[in-house]
Design a protein. Sequence first.
Length: 149
Amino acid sequence: MSVNVDAALRLLRECHPLLRAAPRSGRVVIVGSKNVPAPGPGAAAYSASKAALTQLARVAALEWGADRIRVNTLHPNAVFDTALWTDAVLAERAQRYGMTVDAYKRNNVLGVEVTSAQVAELAAEMLGPLFACTTGAQIPIDGGNERVI
């Protein structure tokens, strides 16, 4: 909770005056998790903290709209090309689901692996003009999750 919620709350609170003063409107993208709409076993603390973070973003979107600050959330599935996902962790998770590591990485409707570069590109788009009239949105980047669709 201190990393996923408290730190974000403090950062948002400190940034609000700067975002309000931004000449072309303030913009925030919160990185949530597919565990918000589709939590999995063994991830209660993580799922709860990301759900709280998502709710924080929703309230910020409501409260900050009058200041022309957009607050949107993206929900990636596990992004495996980060240091969090060691070979050992990947092997353990894949084994838990009875899959190979490659199949586990692509365990979604489209059968694709979601990369950190793709998540970053979506975040950048959400900060740009394409989303200029959008706030409070929650956008998945998960290859399609059958438990969410």
